[in-house]
Structures are given as structure tokens and as C-alpha cells.
Design a protein around this ligand. Structure first.
Ligand SMILES: [Zn+2]
Length: 178
């Protein structure tokens, strides 16, 4: 960390990034990431500059995502070689996909959707919930049938009270037809 006279400022974690640090993000697990306002503004619509208040030389922002998700999310907002999301643990990838939707990181939204569609068997319920929430029917069509063997409790946790009722009716239809 370099000391800027206000508070220690972490370096950017993306390899070979030479951009100046003007935003420090604190994650839900109390990790700090130094990053760049220009990247947040140019790659996403969900980090409104107004949320930073009066801009300072180094701005500070707390977010609800943890450091695993934040690390990937910020990396995806660099003009650098991108992380291979096919290798990302599925639980992190699902959370990353939700964060991409939340912050409207358009390039990340697309690559997460495409990769999740190829990995539905690894977490069918979680991916089904994501697909329903964001209207990705082609993903839901793949994840849905794979989720029918999951338990009621797991389905309720992932899909919520209304979603699980719809899911249960699909299970009944599937069992009657098989
Ligand atoms: Zn950087």
C-alpha cells in the first residue's frame, strides 16, 4: 500500500495496470481494492458518480459483494486480458453474475450468462434462479430440467416462496409424464 496522506491506498490488483487509483472499495469481508473511477464509469452504469458524493483525489465506497466477487468484477472492467470464467468456482461465478446485473456491467453480464449456460449442471437451482430473475429464458430452459431432482428445501432457498411453487408444479408434471 502507498500512503497518500489520508489513508493507505491499495494498489490495483490487476497485473500491469498503470492507471492511477482514485477509488478505494471496501468489500463485505473488509478487504480493500484500489481501482479507477474512469473504469467504473465507462464499463458500467451502476456505479453512479453521485454515490461518491463530492469527488476527492481518492474516493471511498463500501459494497455488499465479497472480495472473491469484487476481484473478478473489477478485473472485468479493465482493458486487460480477462479472467477465464470457465475455471471460476461455480458459487463465485453465480454471485459474480448477480453483481454484474446489479451494477450493469454490460460486458460481464454477457460473458457470465454465456458461461453459466454451459455450466448449468454444476448448480442448476442457483442458475435457474438467476435466469428467472433476469429473464434469460435460454438459460432457464437448460437449468430447469436439471434442477428437478433437487430437494424442496434447496429449491425454496434458491427460488423463494413463489418460485418454488412454480418449480413444484414442474416437478409434478415431470413425474406424471415419466
Ligand atoms: Zn487497475
Amino acid at each position: 500500500m502507498a500512503n497518500n496522506g489520508e489513508r493507505d491506498v491499495p494498489a490495483c490488483h490487476v497485473p500491469d495496470c498503470g492507471l492511477p487509483i482514485d477509488v478505494v472499495i471496501k468489500t463485505s469481508d473488509a478487504q480493500y481494492f484500489g481501482t479507477h473511477l474512469q473504469n467504473l464509469e465507462s464499463h458500467a452504469d451502476g456505479f453512479p458518480p453521485a454515490s461518491l458524493g463530492k469527488r476527492k483525489r481518492v474516493n471511498h465506497m463500501d459494497i455488499e459483494e465479497d472480495s472473491e466477487v469484487t476481484s473478478l468484477m473489477l478485473h472485468l472492467m479493465h482493458k486487460q486480458p480477462q479472467p477465464d470464467l470457465r475455471q471460476t468456482p461455480i458459487s463465485i461465478l453465480v454471485r459474480l453474475a448477480e453483481a454484474a446485473e446489479k451494477y450493469l456491467i454490460y460486458s460481464a453480464m454477457n460473458i457470465c450468462r454465456v458461461v453459466l449456460n454451459t455450466r448449468t449442471s454444476e448448480a442448476p437451482l442457483g442458475i435457474l434462479a438467476y435466469a428467472i430473475k433476469h429473464g434469460y429464458h435460454e438459460v432457464a430452459d437448460v437449468a430447469g430440467p436439471l434442477s428437478l431432482g433437487e430437494s424442496w428445501n434447496e429449491a425454496r432457498n434458491e427460488l423463494g416462496p413463489s418460485g418454488v411453487m412454480l418449480w413444484a408444479s414442474c416437478v409434478c408434471s415431470f413425474n406424471q409424464s415419466s
